[in-house]
Each structure stands twice: as C-alpha cells, then as structure tokens.
Design a protein around this ligand. Sequence first.
Ligand code: GSH
Length: 204
Amino acid sequence: MKLYYMAGACSMVPHTALEWTGKPYQAEGVSLAQTKTPDYLKLNPQGAVPLLVDGDLVLPQNVAILAYLDARFPEARLFGSDSLEGKARAWRWLAFMNADVHKAFSPLFHAPDYARDETFKNAMQQAARESILRMLGQADAQLANQPFLGDAISVADVYTYVILRWCRSLKLDLSALTHLGPYHERVSANPGVQAVVAQEGVKP
Ligand SMILES: N[C@@H](CCC(=O)N[C@@H](CS)C(=O)NCC(=O)O)C(=O)O
C-alpha cells in the first residue's frame, strides 16, 4: 500500500491512519509541482494529495481513503469506536473539517486571480479568517467537556490537528478558543501523529 503525501498537508490524516493500522506501507512525499506532472495527473486528475494506491485500487480523496482503511482494518479503530453511533459521531467532525473548515482556507493559501485588487483581497481573506474562527468555535465548545471530538481519538482529531497547524502558520488568533491549545498538545502526543510529524519533517 502506498500513500502520496505533501509535508504538512491534509494527507497527514490518512498518513496517521496508516500508522495506526500498524501494517507496512510506503509513503512518498511529493511537492506541489509534482502533483501537476502528467504522470501524477494520470493517477489523480485533481492534482492533489492524498492519493492511496493499493494493488489495482487508485484512490484520491481523504474521506474515501479513510473509509477504505477503516473497512480494511477495523481493529485500528480509526473512528475511535466500534459502535455505529460512536463512529458516526467522529464522522460528523471529519466531514465538517474536510468539507467546511478546510475549504475556508482557500483564499488564504491561494487568493484567486479575480482578487487582484488589494482591498478586495484583504476583505476576502479577513472574511475567511473570521469564518474559520467561527467554525473552530464549534470544535472548541465540543472540547469543553471531552478530550477528543468523538468518543476517543480518531481521524477527525487528526484532521483538526492539521487545521490547527495551518492556523498557527497563518498566525490566526485562537486565544479566545481556550480548549484548542491543550487539545492540540493532546493530539500531538499521540504516537502515530508523532511518527508522521517525524517522517514528514514538519513541526508538531
Ligand atoms: N477534497 C480533497 C482535498 C485535497 C486537497 O485539497 N489537498 C491539497 C493539500 S491539503 C492539495 O493537494 N492541493 C494541491 C493544490 O493546491 O494544487 C480531499 O479531501 O482529499
């Protein structure tokens, strides 16, 4: 099984999931430029990571990869629970981080071409920051009474961890969200997360 990843990207989530399975796997780091080469685009026309190759299966998209790994390795408890309800509680947060919070970073990572006007670009980026903070407020509230977003640590927490790293690098002010700091440390302390941080050569 082989995972293509970019250091510090959302591919850290399936990378950690592979660590949690305890099974052998290969991880190949690619640059942004490599994801746009014809060879890579043949594998993933979206030109993005993560990408999992398992025999004949060539699978992009975090949620597809995580669902596949969970079904193949149920004993790894990637969703922090064995029960349907418990898994659903983690899925809800994974979906939120992947589909809603992640997407809100787009104007900060790559301001679109139509935002060449500085005033417009700044207003758009400020709105993105506010939207991210508002959404992370939902996670902060959930973490007031429990250590992880679901019943136990899960891939939803790893996704949130990746997003918190991006917030730090973009200097978003999370000081009002008081549960997120200790939570970041808790997820950082997970051995699978630590192994991926070391392999990808990024800061925790
Ligand atoms: N919906 C996709 C999103 C994947 C995605 O946005 N990956 C980013 C890294 S976090 C990427 O590869 N971006 C390439 C680019 O910006 O061109 C998924 O969940 O797998």
